[in-house]
Design a protein around this ligand. Structure first.
Ligand code: ATP
Ligand code: MG
Length: 423
């Protein structure tokens, strides 16, 4: 027989994962629906790649020193001895799909959403299975496409009513030549201060000095404040791309801060890097992050094409929206006697109203019970069909919050509801 503790263990969910139900899944779907609608209207096409990928797709592109590859990937060998990974992010997988489907010569504007997997220390805003929405603009080596993806981010965050809570931070990582020069100089500077760095930064310095700029440790921050500035190392091409980005943002009246410490954690980024962050000083304060990647495709065996895009954490968006109520309007229908139940069902079947309103038919119980059921499910009000109303081809509407009762023509229910809930 199994021990009691083992039985209990079985019903636990995996650490860092979430079941989505009730209001949580309503909010989750609301965010994704807004995202899809916006992307469709801006001519981004949806792409959905598998959750399973070969491990090389990520090891070759993100870089061995990235947090993801060095410690966060869920990778395993399957029964056929293939090295697989539960995708930790979307961009490299989409680049793989573009190469696999031989559409590298096209101009590709994609959007995606779905679960991602990283073995991190679970905490608020940091899960092991989380969800991202994201876009990729591939094949355009032009700052106008960087600006276009930032506009999509702006519109998306405004639509969710959280843009004002966030700050857009930008930086340039320059091209390969500029970054190499900068890396050298930063490395030398950090070596001089080696003994004062945190253990994590000492480790990062060995593999990728840029990552030290990411540190949240107080001592590291002090050292980093006097470090060389990447902007001073940008060559002509890199500098003019960064200037074009800034001029564009100014012209578009998009608020931004230049943050010279913003480096992003992955190897494939260059030139523009940006993040929408909250003002909290937490390590989970980035809601949406992205940038330009001009080496990604070549790093996994594709042509030398460039792209720019971003991804946002759906759970982090949800945290910003917790104080904003999403609409969950419900309306009930019931009859005063059994003989009219089929008439009520027919009325409901004929309704043409906005699908975000939930219609619930109460088909059992006496009059009093039906009322209390409607109250229990949290309906705004109920339509009640009785003999007298039926003869007049009308129905009674009772608003539960005001207690007001009125007669509505049967042919006018759609209009009545649309006016009440959607105008
Ligand atoms: P962080 O610095 O928070 O670890 P990151 O740089 O690893 O983020 P990206 O790979 O750029 O994150 O992913 C884009 C976005 O996905 C992040 O800005 C964040 O909103 C979200 N995200 C990343 N990791 C997680 C996670 N473990 N749990 C929830 N959301 C996450
Ligand atoms: Mg991370």
């Amino acid at each position: 027989m199994e021990k009691k503790s083992n039985i209990l263990q079985k019903v636990k969910k995996v650490k860092g994962t979430r079941d989505l139900l009730g209001n949580e899944i309503i909010l989750h779907n609301h965010i994704i629906a807004k995202f899809q609608k916006l992307c469709n209207s801006l001519n981004f096409s949806q792409i959905s790649t598998p959750i399973l990928e070969y491990i090389q797709i990520f090891t070759k592109s993100l870089g061995l020193s990235s947090d993801i590859v060095s410690k966060e990937m869920y990778n395993f060998e399957d029964q056929g001895k293939e090295q697989l990974v539960l995708r930790p992010e979307g961009t490299a997988a989409i680049a793989r799909a573009i190469i696999t489907n031989s559409i590298e010569n096209d101009l590709n504007k994609f959007f995606y959403h779905g679960p991602m997997f990283r073995r991190e220390r679970p905490q608020s805003g940091r899960l092991r299975q989380f969800h991202q929405v994201g876009i990729e603009y591939v094949g355009a080596n032009n700052i106008l496409s960087d600006l276009e993806v930032i506009i999509v981010a702006e519109e998306f965050l405004k639509d969710l009513k959280i843009r004002k809570k966030l700050v857009l931070e930008i930086n340039s990582l320059g091209n390969e030549i500029s970054r190499k020069k900068y890396n050298e100089s930063l490395k030398n500077y950090l070596q001089e201060n080696f003994s004062h760095l945190s253990d994590l930064s000492k480790e990062r310095l060995k593999k990728n000095p840029l990552r030290v700029l990411d540190s949240k440790e107080e001592n590291d921050i002090k050292i980093v404040q006097n470090s060389p500035n990447i902007i001073d190392f940008l060559d002509y091409e890199s500098k003019s791309m960064f200037e074009d980005l800034i001029n564009g943002l100014e012209k578009l009246s998009i608020n931004y801060n230049i943050n010279r410490y913003l480096v992003r954690g992955l190897d494939y980024y260059n030139h523009s890097a940006f993040e929408y962050v909250t003002e909290e000083k937490k390590s989970q304060n980035t809601v949406l992050a992205g940038g330009r990647y001009n080496q990604l495709f070549a790093s996994i065996g594709g042509k030398d094409i460039s792209g720019v895009g971003w991804a946002a954490g759906v759970e982090r968006i949800e945290m910003q929206m917790n104080d904003l109520k999403t609409r969950d309007d419900k309306v009930c229908f019931f009859s005063t006697n059994k003989e009219l139940d089929l008439e009520v069902l027919k009325i409901i079947a004929d309704l043409k109203i906005n699908s975000s309103l939930k219609i619930h038919f109460i088909n059992s119980g006496n009059f009093k019970k039906k009322f209390s059921k409607a109250n229990k499910i949290g309906a705004t009000g109920s339509f009640i069909l009785g003999e007298d109303e039926w003869k007049l081809k009308k129905i009674t509407w009772k608003d539960f919050s005001t207690g007001v009762q009125e007669l509505v023509e049967l042919g006018n229910i759609d209009k009545f509801l649309n006016k009440k809930f959607f105008e």
